[in-house]
Design a protein around this ligand. Structure first.
Ligand SMILES: [Fe+2]
Length: 284
């Protein structure tokens, strides 16, 4: 089997065919995948058949696999696998049904944010031949590159305070017990502009949901700055939209892109089931 990489035609995103992630993956094949991943920021590796172990093993080649703080949604036998689903059994959600309602970078609120996220599609909702639950991505490095020199100079060295409950408070969705757990998570401080450890590209690291304030700045002034920077990221020219297929292993680089889920599907008419594994950023 030989690897075939098809770029999306956008500035981010590519589809990979002809790779079996469940089998032994040669160093050279992995190195090629890794190169395409950091080059394209979002990769969809099609036609996979992955057990939770195989998914965690593959993710582990990119760094340290972490665990989500919503531990009641993790796989019963694999604590590193978070179940993302709208399916209900016995009146309860079997997984996290409310992830990704606003543009964000996974785990930006952690001291050590998520570097790489992977979602493996087991059930994908469709209606009238149309895929539902598409995921949108937008380039945070293209957004930085597009800023004026004056704005780049203004934000150089500034830091924002991130807290996961921010966006929950703002939009008020999700389960009540999850909201309580969100509120209990600590804050984290990160620069507004960061430099990617592998590509060397600078990128914007601000989200309207999680960023509570800018250190050393009046709260309103800081939030206004965060909003205006965050709005630069999801410009149409910086976007890629992923249409899911069963067997997709979609992986994205949270230092290069932000993402947004869509909620155009509804239980019990539609079923969506995915396994998510995340890899922490490398230690400094
Ligand atoms: Fe996410």
């Amino acid at each position: 089997m030989s690897m075939n990489v098809v770029e999306s035609g956008k500035i981010i995103g590519a589809e990979v065919l002809g790779v079996d992630l469940a089998g032994p993956l040669e160093m050279s094949t992995f190195a090629e995948l890794e190169r395409h991943f950091y080059d394209r920021s979002v990769l969809c590796i099609r036609d996979q058949d992955l057990s939770p172990e195989a998914l965690v093993n593959f993710a582990g080649r990119f760094g340290e696999v972490d665990r989500h703080f919503l531990s009641h949604y993790t796989h019963p036998e694999h604590a590193n696998v978070l179940i993302i689903s709208n399916i209900q059994e016995n009146g309860r959600d079997i997984g996290y049904a409310d992830a990704g309602r606003v543009w964000h970078s996974d785990g930006s609120y952690l001291q050590r944010p998520v570097g790489v996220s992977m979602l493996y599609a087991i059930e994908v909702p469709e209606e009238n031949g149309q895929v539902l639950g598409r995921t949108q991505f937008a380039s945070a490095w293209a957004a930085y590159d597009g800023l004026s020199d004056a704005l780049k100079a203004r934000i150089d060295g500034l830091e924002a305070v991130h807290q996961v409950a921010g966006r929950r408070k703002a939009i008020g969705t999700g389960q009540q017990r999850d909201r309580v757990i969100h509120e209990q998570q600590p804050e984290a401080i990160h620069p507004l502009v960061r430099t990617h450890p592998y590509t060397g590209r600078k990128y914007l690291f601000v989200t309207k949901g999680e960023c509570q304030r800018v250190n050393g700045m009046d709260v309103d002034e800081g939030l206004s700055l965060i909003e205006s920077l965050a709005d630069e990221i999801p410009r149409p020219e910086y976007r890629y939209v992923h249409n899911w297929r069963v067997g997709d292993l979609l992986m994205w680089d949270n230092r290069a892109v932000q993402h947004l889920a869509s909620f155009d599907y509804q239980w019990p008419k539609h079923r969506r089931l995915m396994h998510r594994v995340t890899v922490s950023e490398p230690l400094p």
